[in-house]
Design a protein around this ligand. Structure first.
Ligand code: NAI
Length: 318
């Protein structure tokens, strides 16, 4: 066992019956954590049909076989009631919730014209609704303990974009809106929220051919680095008490772990409104990150940055 320990800690991992969630659960359990292995066991698109308890059960067996502690949960994250059951299972079995890894997800793939509102709504329900529901159910008692770690799951489809994953990308982008807000809401209570942008072979991605996500000669070359274990270290760290930062997005891709951030260039500024002609002539400067950029930590921080950049002082209140 390494330095980071989950002894005495209880962690909920949603969608943990395979792929990434399984890898997170195994690693946290290996480090002494008690894990709620939640998985509905449905199809990768989330279309109504059979669900299976086998996915969660298998991971629980694996953890117990290795001497770890885990309990299976088969509720859907997509309803508040399902989420309450998941959190209740953690409280009943382990007495507390220290961390939530909101990982459950499904995907719908296709040209924009072929996807409907039912696709968008289904993905919003599991990704945004699922994160919202489980975190909201766990929030009061994390707040009460003054401690919590939350790991959201976004995607390069939401952060960078892909033509065939518009509905999925919209849901994953919305997950980031939720993370940004909860990171600020949680910090005063010791609840640190961060997000991960994984890339891994799993049930969800197994059928992708190298160019399904656009011309991509690189993914095959990066091959073995797409095992979920290449993301597990990052997520385990973010879910642990060793992580003391919040409001970050981290990418695990092809063996590289790095921070993803929203930056704003210095751009152009004037006291008078900049009209369309001024924008056109300043366009290169507006776009040019090489002239410098800032990474606002939250909404008010962008106001601070602009005021400082422009030499505008805060008026005195007298
Ligand atoms: P996966 O399909 O192996 O795992 C997702 C699990 O979530 C499945 O086992 C599924 O049964 C479960 N699930 C689906 N709906 C659920 C619900 N309503 N309630 C409870 N469980 C539910 O796929 P993978 O790749 O391990 O995905 C994990 C997360 O990572 C997902 O949120 C996915 O969108 C995200 N992701 C994965 C990437 C990859 O390259 N594999 C890339 C970017 C993001």
């Amino acid at each position: 066992m390494g330095r980071i320990s989950f002894k005495g800690r209880s962690v909920i991992v949603t969608g943990a019956g395979g792929g990434l969630g399984r890898a997170y659960s195994l690693e946290i359990a290996r480090r002494g954590g008690a894990v709620i292995v939640n998985d509905l066991g449905g199809s990768t698109t989330g279309e109504a049909g059979e669900t299976s308890t086998q996915y969660a059960d298998r991971v629980v067996e694996e953890i117990r076989g290795a001497g770890g502690t885990a309990v299976a949960s088969y509720d859907s994250v997509a309803t508040p009631e399902g989420a309450r059951h998941i959190v209740q299972a953690a409280l009943d079995h382990f007495g507390r919730v220290d961390a939530v890894i909101a990982n459950a997800g499904t995907m719908r793939y296709g040209d924009f014209e072929t996807l409907g509102m039912e696709d968008l709504n289904a993905l919003l329900a599991v990704h945004v609704g699922g994160s919202w529901n489980v975190i909201q159910a766990a929030w009061p008692q994390m707040k009460q303990h003054g401690y919590g770690r939350v790991v959201f799951t976004t995607s390069s489809a939401g952060m960078l974009g892909n033509a065939k994953l518009t509905a999925y990308g919209a849901a994953k982008g919305a997950v980031m809106g939720l993370m940004h807000g909860l990171a600020e809401a949680g910090k005063p209570h010791g609840i640190l929220c961060n997000a991960v942008m994984p890339n891994a072979m799993s049930r969800m991605t197994a059928n992708f051919k190298p160019n399904d996500l656009g011309e991509n000669p690189w993914s095959a070359a990066l091959g073995r680095h797409f095992d979920p274990s290449y993301t597990a270290g990052l997520v385990t760290f973010l879910a642990s008490d060793a992580c003391s930062t919040h409001h970050g997005i981290y990418s695990a891709c092809g063996g590289r772990i790095g921070r993803v951030f929203v930056g704003v260039t210095r751009g152009i500024a004037d006291d008078a409104p900049l009209d369309a002609d001024a924008v056109a002539s300043g366009w290169e400067k507006i776009r040019d990150a090489a002239r410098g950029y800032d990474v606002p930590a939250h909404i008010a921080d962008e106001f601070r940055i602009v005021a400082e950049q422009r030499g505008i002082e805060i008026p005195s209140r007298d």
